[in-house]
Design a protein around this ligand. Structure first.
Ligand SMILES: Cc1cc2nc3c(=O)[nH]c(=O)nc-3n(C[C@H](O)[C@H](O)[C@H](O)COP(=O)(O)OP(=O)(O)OC[C@H]3O[C@@H](n4cnc5c(N)ncnc54)[C@H](O)[C@@H]3O)c2cc1C
Length: 124
């Protein structure tokens, strides 16, 4: 949203005191960012449930190749392991966290920690 519509104010509300804590422990602390499978029809076979839902909104619009480019554009190189899993060459999930936080900062995204969302209302 912040990329597509830079004039829109974007705020992340996080109820805990830090963002991306699950990413920190992901992939055993290395963060398995994506998979070296570049055909969405093949990639979707790795997901036992929700394959149809993943195809349209996700893999046809933002596939592993896009993920690799997105990180590469921000100075993060991903490496491929023998089984196809892709990790940052630093082998540290902190690299991914730092990249996301830098991106949020650069795009002027407001981050509010210890701010749980209770309800959402839309105004015409
Ligand atoms: C041990 C482990 C290892 C994993 N390894 C990998 C991996 O290597 N690669 C991979 O792709 N995936 C991995 N996953 C899965 C991945 O972590 C999840 O798919 C991903 O974190 C889901 O992202 P999310 O934003 O939907 O939810 P979360 O990461 O859980 O984030 C939700 C956030 O919302 C906050 N929140 C909740 N309620 C509110 C509220 N009312 N108001 C404000 N904030 C709120 C929570 O505090 C949390 O910070 C792993 C998961 C685990 C548990």
């Amino acid at each position: 949203m912040a990329e597509l519509q830079p004039d829109v104010e974007v705020t992340i509300f996080e109820k805990s005191n830090q963002l991306l804590s699950k990413v920190k422990v992901s992939g055993g602390g290395r963060c398995n960012v994506t998979h070296a499978c570049f055909d969405p029809r093949e990639l979707v076979k790795f997901y036992p449930r929700g394959s149809r839902e993943l195809m349209g909104p996700f893999f046809n619009r933002f596939a592993p190749g896009d993920t690799i480019s997105w990180f590469d554009d921000r100075g993060v190189t991903l490496k491929t392991e023998e089984d196809g899993r892709m990790f940052p060459i630093t082998d540290s999930s902190q690299t991914i966290i730092t990249t996301f936080l830098n991106e949020a900062h650069e795009k002027n995204i407001i981050v509010r920690t210890q701010s749980g969302v209770i309800a959402l209302e839309t105004h015409p």
